[in-house]
Ligand binder design. Structure first.
Ligand SMILES: O=c1nc[nH]c2c1ncn2[C@H]1C[C@H](O)[C@@H](COP(=O)(O)OP(=O)(O)OP(=O)(O)O)O1
Ligand SMILES: [Mg+2]
Length: 197
């Protein structure tokens, strides 16, 4: 079976990718499968593309294998696109999903439903040793609800209602999320690019 290394430590992303890659019979491996010999990767970029490139290229250099990386986040229109690239550390502490989503809800207190539009963004970077890196982007439009609902998914899923749905992303099954998500839409772009290469 073919293997693909994804430069992430996020279990939620890994679960999404396992679903998205299932039809290809590709075995997903990630930073969670390595011992702690690699230092933590600092995401110092100002854009999703920069951070995705940092993650992918760091691991290509370390392991000399092809690597896929995902940098993603939530853009809230009433907050001028915040938390954006800072989504994982919006409330200050790195990767505290609950604190992060409550900060968004607090910032949006009193903002009426029609002004609570937002989107998830996912930039995938595919890097090979000695080849140019490629980027593909996917989005998923929706609105921010008033109270967290649902237990599935990760991150901001409990407060994000995808357009055309009456429930949050965390109330969808992982299969349903994978039919509409920003990650899936970026994957479609990547698949099309690889097919026509
Ligand atoms: O499908 C999603 N459903 C809900 N929330 C999501 C999703 N996709 C990204 N997000 C949020 C989580 C985190 O707050 C930030 C990603 O930050 P980001 O740096 O790309 O990922 P991360 O630090 O969790 O893992 P890693 O860098 O090891 O891949 O956006
Ligand atoms: Mg990160």
């Amino acid at each position: 079976m073919n293997k693909l290394f994804i430069a992430t430590k996020n279990n939620g992303k890994i679960k999404d990718f396992k679903g998205l890659f299932a039809k290809y019979d590709i075995n997903i491996i990630s930073l969670l499968d390595l011992d702690d010999s690699l230092p933590d990767i600092e995401e110092t970029g100002d854009t999703f593309e920069e951070n995705a490139a940092i993650k992918a290229e760091t691991i290509v250099k370390a392991l000399n294998i092809p690597v896929l990386a995902d940098d993603s986040g939530l853009e809230v229109d009433a907050l001028n696109g915040q938390p954006g690239v800072y989504s994982a550390r919006y409330a200050g502490v790195e990767k505290d999903d609950t604190a992060n989503l409550h900060k968004v809800l607090n910032e949006l207190e009193g903002v009426p439903k029609e002004e609570r539009t937002a989107r998830f963004v996912c930039v995938l970077a595919l890097a090979h040793p000695n080849e140019p890196i490629i980027f593909k982007k996917g989005t998923c439009e929706g609105t921010i609800v008033e109270n967290p609902m649902g237990e599935n998914g990760f991150g901001y899923d409990p407060i994000f209602c995808p357009k055309g749905y009456n429930k949050t992303m965390a109330q969808l099954s992982s299969q349903e999320k994978n039919e509409i998500s920003h990650r899936r839409n970026a994957m479609i772009q990547l698949e099309n690019w690889l097919k026509n290469k």
